[in-house]
Design a protein around this ligand. Structure first.
Ligand code: UGA
Length: 439
């Protein structure tokens, strides 16, 4: 089977690499010629563990290629995925569907101009409910209805674990409106069903909404435990024990109950806001999700105040070492990272910032001002009045604590990811502030 993937971003590249690894012939299309040139030269534009190796293997086997020629790629493909970005529209927070619709128009023209044969157009981008209907309308301007089907197939992979998530997902969700499209999708996902992954078929609108509902639910779970963490701090309880205690109930489950500085990234912040907009438009506001989004925003700023408190209430002319900047480990992604609000909050209070991140420095430079970057955690801590762990990178999980303490001007460590144990830190002579736990 020949597959074309329009959009060589995160989802497009990972899906393309994995489909090629399953033996399909994949063409990845992107409008950005620089990105295509880089991919052809073997350079992967994003940091994702294992992706470069996987792409390299498929390139050598001749199963994946990269091009800016959408028409050419689509002409030969039986299944065409739309995996372009759906960023938040500036000003109003709706998902911006410009790229999805212009991809659909180009695909329609390309199929119209090519030889006969049925095509399945699959929307993999995260899109508001009803977008598949609009894609179908766009395609039917240039194509007769018998020539194509439109499926919704949202992606649930996490950055940093994307390949594993793609190949061994908890589930695949496929939304279709006709039997032929459904059967084509069953062939696409046959390799995954051999991995015992449940492929769940539903109608298109339900599939579209499932994606937003899943992300909103996970964002809610995180925000819930973050509020419990605040309550734990106020009452002397331990949020990690509370999380374990509730997570052992299989109806709740143990995952996504790690308290932290608030969720960030390219998905939860924009998808919760887009869902809120859709729900308001339909006269059925999602008040829980509205609260989650605003509590999370406030939390990021509150984390700067927590650091100020840990430093004795005054940070003017003091230096704070920020350890970890990306919204989570194993990515270079800085989109909506809590570190941005934390750094800004500390700077507003008069602090100087020095920061270290293993992969995120280049992207961080684009979104942060007046920050000095260090090459490693110890250089970062040198002479600083406090260190703050914002992202739980592996290199920050096993720090040489004596070396860190010796580097710091004052042994103050704020651990926004609960990487360390309060008793151990106290013994080591740190003034240690974790999340949701008190000494
Ligand atoms: C998220 C979802 O987990 C994926 O299933 C989904 O496919 C993806 O969005 C998407 O819509 O594309 P991702 O944004 O890569 O994936 O990252 P997560 O691992 O979900 O983490 C999101 C944020 O929540 C991070 O800032 C992380 O630090 C935070 N988080 C996560 C917590 O604070 N506590 C937790 O227990 C878990």
């Amino acid at each position: 089977m020949k597959i074309a993937i329009v959009g060589a971003g995160y989802v497009g590249l990972v899906s393309g690499a994995c489909f090629a690894d399953f033996g399909f012939e994949v063409t990845c299309v992107d409008a950005n010629p620089d990105k295509i040139a880089a991919l052809e030269a073997g350079k992967v534009p994003i940091y994702e563990p294992g992706l470069a190796e996987l792409l390299d293997r498929s390139v050598r086997r001749g199963l994946i290629r990269f091009t800016s020629d959408l028409a050419g790629a689509v002409a030969g493909a039986e299944v065409i995925f739309i995996a372009v970005g759906t960023p938040s529209r500036r000003g109003d927070g709706y998902a911006d569907l410009t790229y999805v619709y212009s991809a659909a128009e180009e695909i329609g023209r390309a199929i119209g101009a090519s030889s006969e044969g049925h095509r399945t157009v699959v929307v993999k981008s995260t899109v508001p409910v009803g977008t598949g209907d609009e894609v179908e309308r766009i395609l039917s301007r240039t194509l007769s209805r018998e020539r194509f089907g439109v499926a919704s197939n949202p992606e649930f992979l996490r950055e940093g674990a994307a390949i594993e998530d793609f190949k061994r997902p908890d589930r695949v969700v496929v939304g279709t409106e006709d039997e032929r499209t459904r059967q084509t999708m069953a062939r696409v996902y046959r390799p995954l069903s051999l991995n015992q992954a449940p492929v769940f078929y539903t109608d298109r609108r339900s599939a579209e909404l499932t994606k937003y509902a899943a992300n909103a639910f996970l964002a809610t779970k995180i925000t819930f435990i973050n509020e419990m963490a605040d309550l734990c701090e106020a009452t002397g309880a331990n949020v990690q024990d509370v999380a374990r205690g509730i997570g052992l109930d299989r109806r709740i489950g143990p995952k996504f109950l790690n308290a932290g500085p608030g969720y960030g990234g390219s998905c939860f912040p924009k998808d919760t806001v887009a869902l809120i907009k859709t729900a308001q438009d339909h006269g059925t506001p999602t008040r829980i999700v509205e609260t989650v989004a605003s509590v999370n925003e406030q939390r990021k700023r509150a984390m700067a105040r927590k650091v100020v408190r840990a430093m004795g209430g005054e940070v003017r002319e003091r230096t704070v070492a920020i350890l970890g900047l990306t919204f989570k480990p194993n990515t270079d992604d800085m989109r909506d990272a809590p570190s941005i609000a934390i750094v800004r909050g500390l700077q507003d209070a008069g602090a100087r910032i020095v920061a270290f991140d293993p992969e995120g420095e280049a992207n961080a430079r684009d979104v942060m001002e007046n920050v000095r970057f260090a090459r490693d955690p110890y250089e970062c801590a040198r002479g600083a009045d406090a260190a703050v762990i914002v992202t739980e990178w592996d290199v920050l999980r096993a720090l040489d604590l004596d070396r860190l303490k010796a580097a710091l001007a004052r042994p103050v460590l704020v651990d926004l990811r609960n990487v360390y144990e309060p008793e151990v830190m106290r013994e080591r002579g740190f003034a240690y502030t974790p999340i949701g736990r008190v000494d």
